[in-house]
Design a protein around this ligand. Sequence first.
Ligand code: SF4
Ligand code: SF4
Length: 391
Amino acid sequence: MQTKLPKALANTAHGKKAADILSSCVHCGFCLATCPTYQLTGNELDSPRGRIYLIKSALEDNQFSPSSIKHLDRCLTCRSCETTCPSGVKYSELVGIGRELIENKRPIWQKVARYGLRQFLSKPALVNLTKPFTQHSAIQSPVIERLATKGRVLLLTGCVQPTLTPNTNHTTKNVLTTLGYQVEQTSQQSCCGALDHHTSASTTALIKIKDNLDKWLALIESGLEMIISTASGCGVMVKDYPTLFETDDAYYQKAITISKHTKDIAEFLVEQDLSSLPKKKVKIAYHAPCTLQHGQKLPNLVEGLLTKLGYELTPITDSHLCCGSAGTYSIFEPSTSKQLRDNKVENLTQSQPELIVTSNIGCQLHISKGTGIPVKHWIELLDCSAALMEV
Ligand code: SF4
Ligand code: SF4
């Protein structure tokens, strides 16, 4: 795709990156078939190719109508199009540039709503106040304590996970302790920056990200083996930190190091001897979050791990499609989000599983609102002390 960016923009880092990405798109349209929003509306402007055109004209002519904002906002950033694209178009980086452009053109009420939500979710004290009404599942087993025989790992606890689904971090810690690791944890205040980044508060996001990079790098220099994520939305954010810095920025190399030292819990566990973990034959439906299969490019990883551990996984139609959670998407685009969830729940429950499991808190909470079947993080199945194993 040929681009003619205005000179002032073409020479900036943003402009160069955008021009590179735009030129890699060959308009083939293969991505349309796997885009959830295009499937729902059939409108080219709700497809990856259509949105690429919208961003291109915005960059070239500074043209951004309310309709362009609507079609970009409808994008889930699920990155299914990246998985499908034969030309390797880095769509998510381009849409990030497009979203920064539209941020100033939003109506004031939208800016206030986005600011308010960011402030609320980034303050654990406020989030914790909602616990009696919002907690999805409590801790269900005792803490396992064991002398560490292996290395130290850092568990990314997340901003809302400790309040809403504390059993996920608790079980992960128990599993890693059982395997011989010494587990350190980030504080609830220490956000990965995804919330700010995805609502185009890039300056605030970068402040948090640089702080994380400095702290985590110091831990790695002191011998920390790995940073473990249990929420694939946080995991992909941390792994993508290098894309947020210019290569000559001092933080770029730090971001590369941290990215290389970050793994999803499934990625970490497949390399371990899991013979000491419990096995149970339960019929489960696994929902693969977009942030794991398309973002972190780890399709079929959890499915393989759970099958190896004896679980019976049901086949899922359209498992590549988003459930509609997509971070704050379910709040700002409730109608599309609900349609996608209804489709997802229908597909997940087709074979009547006893339990639905997933790898990301956002998907877990969103899907659970659409079904009476319990929805958990899959790691909760592996709790090593367990009356605990009851589902
Ligand atoms: S599949 Fe890739 S190259 Fe083809 S239109 Fe979509 S983004 Fe462009
Ligand atoms: S990120 Fe998802 S919703 Fe957005 S254009 Fe790509 S496939 Fe469609």
